[in-house]
Write a protein that binds this ligand. Structure first.
Ligand code: NI
Length: 135
């Protein structure tokens, strides 16, 4: 519903993430609404290329909890299924729980988008960043 130039929405956030957000907001001086607006704008900018067709190159960077059940197998299965656009994968064991994976991709925007979405939806994946440039 839109009223007075803004729309009010309700979102679900894990408690730990909300706590971290609030603690960061104290430091930067934004309120929650402003922070979410900035995050949404960044997200939209980052994914605008998705609407364009054609070939792109880029890198998917993901952080995941390798102790989350089945996450390693799932991520490997996904990468095998998208082997036609994956150029290289680098795996870094960050600490006891966290793994960082950098997946270099080259292919059409639709396939890159599908790969990113599948990985992002895996339980245990905490963050995923996708940077894409025109070929
Ligand atoms: Ni690892």
């Amino acid at each position: 519903m839109s009223r007075g130039g803004v729309a009010r929405v309700s979102i679900s956030i894990p408690p730990d993430l909300l706590k971290e957000l609030d603690s960061m907001l104290k430091k930067v001086g934004y309120d929650r609404s402003r922070a979410i607006q900035i995050a949404i704008r960044n997200f939209l900018t980052e994914y605008k290329w998705v609407q364009e067709s054609g070939d792109f190159s880029g890198a998917l960077i993901l952080l995941y909890d390798h102790k989350a059940r089945g996450v390693e197998e799932s991520l490997t299965d996904i990468q095998h299924a998208h082997g036609d656009i994956i150029v290289s994968t680098m795996h870094i064991h960050l600490d006891e729980d966290n793994c960082l994976e950098i997946v270099a991709v080259k292919g059409n925007s639709k396939s890159i988008k599908e790969l990113a979405e599948r990985m992002m939806n895996e339980k245990g994946v905490k963050q995923l960043k996708l940077t894409v440039i025109a070929k």
